[in-house]
Design a protein around this ligand. Structure first.
Ligand code: HEC
Ligand code: HEC
Ligand code: HEC
Length: 433
């Protein structure tokens, strides 16, 4: 009897494996030569340039000091390191031999021209939402404007069996929801445009949605907040921890300027999202993203300048006759207050640290990163820099300032494990981004 069940189980397993094999098999698509390639309308190429920027293709496909799009950018996935591929139109080592159909299949299904499954470090699970027209425009841009470069592809550092590409088909079966974006008729056109961009091309969830043990975004917790390279990507839902409620106008400013008066700076991994990415999109798209985000977070239309929280924070900002007693308060007064002090209203480029996202989030990570390494170059307001204190303040001092800002300025419960997090980020962050 047992034998029968066992044989039955084996038979099922074999049929299952065969079925999986059939499912996992993707045929190669014939290569094309450079002169088989179409020439493209300059308007389409320009549209493709903007879309490629907003999808951060160059951010992930360019390694430091290498030519744009030449690949070999290292991504630490938590399972091992994956290197992005050469996206230049080089015939041998880039994607020069990709036909438009092969490029669409890569973007929509995560399969390369030769039929190999791609790892989801390439966010095809988002790009699948894009229209053929938008994918074709990016193709036109890459084939026309990007300089072909020959490279030697670095080998991924993944343990067996995670390095087996055909097993990625199983991951897709479990977690990927393939298909182009379908508009939700209960929402406005602007909302749907915002959703199309956020869920597809600009893949906001790749950092703002928590992932499961196999590295897939948890669909049931969309935008619930997550950690990326030891930074916190805040929740973009009603759980957003901001002291001052977001408005649609603030979202738009944040995504164009990389900073807002009432929330702070797009620093760390969010820096390139703004400065190398979404800000290239036309105004109407920025409005659409803001409408969509405002709905997800439950934003208000109230004028933040009149917010009680802001007035109270400015009040707490006033010198206190009792002050300079504790280490954190004393250090804040000498190291930070000269640039962060505001009198009656918050001025641009002078973030009020009582209401800043970095002091109000449930994790201290972003505040620690900014204190250690400052805000510079590609982050925040162009040309405006905050110095880093990595050399000037030791771990105890950074911890003391963070604890002071958290309890006295933000008025929130103490962060647990603050000192450990400071030590960890000093040694292990920032990762190459
Ligand atoms: C978050 C990082 C990331 C972003 C953003 C990204 N890619 Fe990639 N991409 C990768 C990685 C990593 C691979 C290699 C995956 C593998 O080896 O399985 C890849 C592979 C590809 C491939 C397959 C090419 C080949 O030769 O195998 C194509 C095509 C591609 N990306 C296009 C794009 C385009 C177009 C954009 C922008 C719209 C983009 N990628 C944005 C990380 C990224
Ligand atoms: C590569 C990872 C990454 C991607 C992709 C990303 N974000 Fe972020 N985002 C972050 C991080 C990290 C922060 C925190 C930055 C800081 O506080 O300096 C952040 C902060 C934000 C904030 C500020 C939230 C607050 O309460 O302070 C908003 C709004 C935001 N992101 C929206 C977006 C949108 C919209 C997209 C897609 C267009 C997006 N993000 C894509 C990582 C990312
Ligand atoms: C020389 C002036 C200067 C000093 C000193 C300074 N900051 Fe800043 N800080 C800035 C500026 C300017 C910005 C905004 C940068 C931008 O918007 O591009 C900023 C931004 C910030 C942010 C916002 C980051 C975010 O992601 O929203 C935090 C938090 C912060 N500073 C904390 C501190 C702390 C804590 C100290 C003391 C240890 C300090 N700063 C000292 C100038 C300064």
């Amino acid at each position: 009897m047992l034998k029968k069940i066992f044989l039955g189980a084996v038979a099922l397993g074999v049929i299952g494996a065969l079925g999986f094999g059939v499912y996992a098999y993707k045929s190669p698509i014939d290569p094309i030569s450079a002169d088989q390639r179409d020439t493209f309308d300059p308007d389409v190429v320009e549209k493709g340039r903007i879309l490629a920027a907003a999808g951060y293709c160059a951010t992930c496909h360019t390694a430091a000091d290498d030519p744009a799009y030449a690949g070999n950018y290292a991504m630490d996935t938590g399972f091992g390191t994956i290197y992005s591929t050469n996206l230049t139109p080089d015939m041998d080592t880039g994607i020069g031999s990709y036909s438009p159909a092969a490029f669409r299949r890569a973007m929509h299904e995560g399969v390369d021209r030769e039929g190999r499954h791609l790892f989801p470090a390439f966010p095809y699970d988002h790009f699948t939402n894009m229209t053929d027209e938008d994918v074709d425009a990016i193709y036109a841009y890459i084939m026309t404007e990007v300089e072909p470069v020959k490279t030697i592809q670095k080998e991924n550092e993944l343990p067996f069996p995670l390095d087996q590409r055909f097993l990625q088909a199983g991951w897709k079966l479990l977690f990927a929801d393939f298909g182009q974006y379908e508009p939700d008729p209960t929402h406005s056109d602007a909302w749907n445009r915002g959703a199309y961009l956020a869920e597809g091309l600009t893949h906001c969830g790749a950092c703002h949605t928590p992932r499961n043990l196999l590295g897939a975004e948890k669909a049931s917790q969309q935008y619930a907040g997550a950690e990326i390279d030891r930074w916190s990507a805040p929740a973009l839902t009603a759980a957003n921890a901001s002291a001052v409620p977001w408005t649609a106008a603030e979202f738009k400013t944040y995504l164009i300027d990389g900073t807002t008066t009432y929330h702070g700076v797009a620093a760390g991994p969010m820096g390139p999202v703004v400065h190398e990415g979404v800000r290239e999109l036309p105004q109407s798209d920025m409005d659409a993203l803001a409408v969509y985000l405002a709905d997800k977070v439950g934003a208000t239309d109230d004028d933040p300048a009149q917010s009680k929280v802001v007035l109270a924070s400015l009040q707490r900002n006033q010198p206190d006759p009792q002050y300079r007693r504790e280490l954190g308060e004393r250090l804040y007064a000498t190291a930070c207050a000269s640039c962060h002090y505001n009198a009656e209203q918050i001025r641009q480029g002078r973030p009020d640290l009582g209401i800043n996202s970095a002091t109000n989030l449930e994790q201290p990570n972003n505040l620690i990163h900014v204190m250690l390494d400052g805000v510079n170059g590609p982050e925040g307001i162009p040309g405006v820099v905050m110095p880093g204190f990595r050399g000037a303040l030791n771990d105890d001092e950074i911890t003391a300032i963070a604890a002071y800002l958290r309890s006295n300025r933000a008025g929130k419960p103490d962060w647990p494990n603050l000192a450990d997090t400071v030590a960890d980020i000093r040694v292990n962050g920032p990762t190459a981004h």
